[in-house]
Structures are given as structure tokens and as C-alpha cells.
Design a protein around this ligand. Structure first.
Ligand code: BTN
Length: 249
């Protein structure tokens, strides 16, 4: 496992350079504010708390002290890596949560990691022209023996705390997985692993597309590009590339 010395953590097997902050608005925004040159490749920022943690679709990501909030600045060497980053990060988190915390984790399409039917982690990948070929992979994990703030307890949970260093062990395990999957990039392997981890297939869902025209459907499969294939209530099959689905219980 990559050794990480917490508090001013720097030692990360020579691959990642990690900066530890006590408090920041958003670790993704912090990385965006840096000038991007080669020396920034594989730079990681981790914060004890975020005051403006961001999720997909302009949502807030609740980020109080105790959780793990970090972002990785990477420079994908081809389009396939860039397009796989959310899936790649999701499987890294699932594996790390299982190894470090002993919780069985699954992926909810497209970017959530669940324990049972509650979200323990979210992933936000961002690219902008200003980033000059770099991408930011932001990952937040709620930690705390199933517990989260009262305001989100119906939909979210925390991974099991396994000793005082759970956060740092999780960070090390996720980064190690990330490094391995990026340096030996295999698109099919990532797609297969994501499919095996995805608990959305087979579920009845409410589809919330970006245009806001919601409809009910059954999630039937993931295709090789990890689009979610759903059959709506009229029997029409549609492939979803983005947007969101909510599981209907
Ligand atoms: C989501 O649930 O839609 C994605 C949540 C991503 C949260 C992480 S926490 C670290 C990084 N900084 C942010 O502001 N967001 C990501």
C-alpha cells in the first residue's frame, strides 16, 4: 500500500504529491485555481473539511470534519482515459472501502458509491479549457460507522470507522488503486469491473435527464461505453450517457 504520513502528508510512493489542508471551500476549486504545468501532474489536495463542497449537477456535497475530501489533478494521455475517469474512480473507492472498512460497496450509476441503498461517497470529475489537458477528479467519502448528519441520513451513510486512521488508510488505498488503473490503463477491464459493481441494473428507476423531462423506466443493462440502457414505461429503450437516475423502491 502507498504509505501516507498524515498531517502534512507528502510521502506517496513517489507518484502523487499530496497537500493537506485543514479547511477549504472545495478541493476541486482549489486545484482549478492553480496554474497547470507539468510539475502539477498527479498533485492531490486533501482537506479536513470543505465549506463549499460541490457535487454533480450543481449540488452541495456536505463536507464536515471527519470525512475524506480530496481531489486529484491528472493529465489523461488519451481520450479513453478521460472518458473513463468517473468509472475508474468509482471502482477504486468501492475496492478501498471494502478493504479498509470491511463494508460491501456498490456503484449507483453514474458516480455514487453505495453501502446498501445509501450513498457513502460521490465523485465529481471536472475539466475546463483553462486546465490545459488536465482533469480534476474529486472524491468525497463520508466516514463514521453508518452515521451522517441528520439532514442527509435518509439517503446517505458513512463507511465503517476502522481505527483512528481510517481516513488516511482510505486515501492511501484509493490512490493506490487509482495509480494502478491509470498506469496500466485497460478500458475493458474498467468497464467490466464497473458493470460488476453497478447495483443500478435490474432496478426500477426515475430518470432525471438534464432537460428535466423525467420518466420512469427499468434499468436493463450497461453498454460497453457504460451508458445505462433503460426501458421506459412505453417499452422504448433509451441509452443514457449523462443525467441522473433515482432508484424507485
Ligand atoms: C456528487 O455526489 O455528486 C459528487 C460529490 C463529490 C464531492 C467531492 S469532495 C472533494 C471534491 N471537492 C468538491 O467540492 N467536490 C468533490
Amino acid at each position: 500500500m502507498i504509505p501516507i504520513r498524515h498531517k502534512n502528508a507528502i510521502s506517496v510512493g513517489g507518484f502523487f504529491k499530496v497537500r493537506h489542508l485543514l479547511k477549504i471551500g472545495s478541493t476541486n476549486d482549489f486545484l482549478k485555481s492553480l496554474s497547470t504545468d507539468e510539475s502539477r501532474e498527479n498533485f492531490v489536495v486533501v482537506a479536513d473539511e470543505q465549506t463549499k463542497g460541490k457535487g454533480r449537477l450543481s449540488r452541495k456535497f456536505f463536507s464536515p470534519k471527519g470525512g475524506l475530501y480530496f481531489s486529484i489533478l491528472i493529465r489523461p494521455n488519451d481520450e479513453a482515459v478521460l472518458n473513463s475517469l468517473t468509472a475508474l474512480a468509482a471502482i477504486c473507492v468501492c475496492d478501498a472501502v471494502e478493504k479498509v472498512c470491511g463494508d460491501s460497496a456498490s456503484v449507483k450509476w453514474v458516480n455514487d458509491v453505495l453501502i446498501g441503498d445509501k450513498k457513502c461517497s460521490g465523485i465529481l470529475v471536472e475539466t475546463t479549457e483553462n486546465l490545459k489537458g488536465f482533469a480534476i477528479v474529486g472524491i468525497g467519502v463520508n466516514i463514521g460507522d453508518g452515521k451522517v448528519d441528520e439532514s442527509i441520513k435518509d439517503i446517505a451513510c458513512g463507511v465503517t470507522k476502522n481505527g483512528r486512521d481510517t481516513k488516511w488508510k482510505l486515501l492511501a488505498a484509493i490512490l493506490e488503486n487509482f495509480k494502478n488503473l491509470c498506469t496500466n490503463f485497460d478500458r475493458k477491464k474498467i468497464a467490466d469491473e464497473y458493470k460488476a459493481r453497478c447495483s443500478t441494473v435490474g432496478k426500477r428507476v426515475r430518470v432525471v435527464p438534464n432537460d428535466g423531462n423525467e420518466y420512469f423506466a427499468v434499468a436493463e443493462a450497461l453498454d460497453d461505453d457504460l451508458r445505462l440502457v433503460v426501458r421506459d414505461d412505453n417499452g422504448d429503450v433509451r441509452s443514457l450517457y449523462s443525467g441522473e437516475v433515482r432508484i424507485v423502491f
